[in-house]
Design a protein around this ligand. Sequence first.
Ligand SMILES: [Zn+2]
Length: 154
Amino acid sequence: MRIGDIIREARKQKNLTLRELELLSGVSHSQISKIERFVDNPTKETVYKLVEALEIENELIDTSEHKKIDTKDLIRYQVLTRDNFTCQLCGNIAPETKVVVAKIVPSELEDEQDQNNLITLCSHCNNGRTMQIEQEGIDNDILYKNHESKNQTP
Ligand SMILES: [Zn+2]
């Protein structure tokens, strides 16, 4: 079964018109119609919007893109638990303070999935740090300096 058939069948089962599915999925009705008639080859992102909206579970649909999102959440979670949900600069703890997982080295310079490059910060520290890096550059940043010296020890 092809993706167009899967979408159309699931839509009919749920008794949805193209317009209704447009509202649920955010994919335009004209594009859904083209996908169902195999006129348009949808991107993975579009397929996911439709799969989510129609609650389709089908092994024929490749879910690798979906798993990538889960991996991101997993890494974020692992960093938060490693740091005890505590800001590594000022010691504020979630949930009293909003904490974020921040990159020590900006992503264009280093792998986004590397836990050693990720750190738990409260939003205040993260905002302050971001502004200081914008003003003075990354070289004066204390987290960056620690990170670099750690990497250089043999
Ligand atoms: Zn903080």
